[in-house]
Design a protein around this ligand. Structure first.
Ligand code: PAF
Length: 283
């Protein structure tokens, strides 16, 4: 498995793959590293779709972190990431420097108006601008025809789908299911920040999601009732601070009054100093 560090190398690799595969494109799996089994499932899905033509990017993107966020301490585990990526079927790793992705004086950013201020974008101003900018750069550099993302970052998926459509980037977004620990905690690189007590408290996110899914299965559709029920579950864990609990249209990220197939129920909460998210798509 090769490690590429420049945009030119990635583009040359992608073009060579396409010419040897009769025009079929490559799959891109954008990550910030600290890879876990959830990332592994994205890489596996990408390798099944484009065997031998999977680029995994590992880049802790500074522009999607706020000034008081965890950019400096975000886990960096490059050697283990390469091993996991190779095991799951990656063909190349793209690990650029910050200067390669943001050349000196770079002043071009991608703003997805309307969606970028919703959900995580509301509590993390500028976050989705940074995500959209780096993912657009990666898609353009890789000339990818498929890009794989996890449903756990459901608001990110909505922002990126809109960006790809608006900019006609020609990369299809594939969304893979949330991968969970046996006890229900959604896998996240930030779970590494949790101490044992917080790790237990963090389960409240999944309990809230499961409660809402059970109510929907019993026929409840009212958005306010579902949100109240989730609030009730969070109240059982008073040390966990709710950031948001929302029932929204997954395309626009705007609140809806009633759950319908495809509606996104999403939660975010602070467990100690760690912000975690989880969600369910209403069946
Ligand atoms: O989901 C992530 O890990 C990041 O937001 C992404 C898509 C790799 C962009 O930096």
């Amino acid at each position: 498995m090769r490690i590429l560090t420049t945009v030119n190398e990635l583009r040359a690799w992608s073009r060579a793959q396409r010419s040897s595969a009769c025009g079929e494109g490559i799959a891109l799996v954008p990550t910030m590293g600290a890879l876990h089994v959830g990332h592994g499932s994205l890489i596996r899905a990408a390798a099944a779709a484009r065997p031998g033509r999977v680029a995994v990017s590992i880049f802790v993107n500074p522009t999607q972190f706020g000034p008081k966020e965890d950019f400096a301490r975000y886990p960096r585990t490059f050697k283990a990431d390469c091993a996991l990526a190779e095991r799951e079927g990656a063909s190349v790793i793209f690990a650029p420097s910050v200067e390669e992705m943001y050349p000196a004086g770079a002043s071009t950013f991608v703003e997805v108006d309307g969606l970028s201020e919703r959900l995580d974008g509301q509590s993390r101003p500028g976050h989705f601008r940074g995500v959209a900018t780096v993912v657009a750069k990666l898609m353009i550099a890789a000339e990818a025809d498929l890009a794989f993302f996890g449903q756990k970052d459901a608001a990110q998926v909505a922002v990126l789908r809109r960006m790809v459509g608006d900019l006609r980037l020609g990369t299809a977004i594939v969304v893979c299911p949330i991968v969970r620990e046996d006890d229900g905690l959604a896998l996240s690189s930030r779970n590494a920040y949790l101490n044992p007590g917080e790790r237990k408290q963090a389960l409240v996110l999944n309990r809230a999601i499961r409660r809402v899914e059970a109510l929907v299965a019993d026929g409840e559709r009212s958005g306010s009732s579902l949100i109240d029920a989730a609030r009730g579950v969070f109240a059982e864990e008073p040390e966990v601070r709710v950031d948001y609990i929302e029932l929204v249209d997954w395309e626009t990220l705007w609140p809806v009054l009633a759950a319908a197939p495809g509606t996104l129920f999403a939660v975010a909460a602070w467990v100690g100093s760690t912000r975690l998210i989880d969600n369910a798509i209403i069946g």
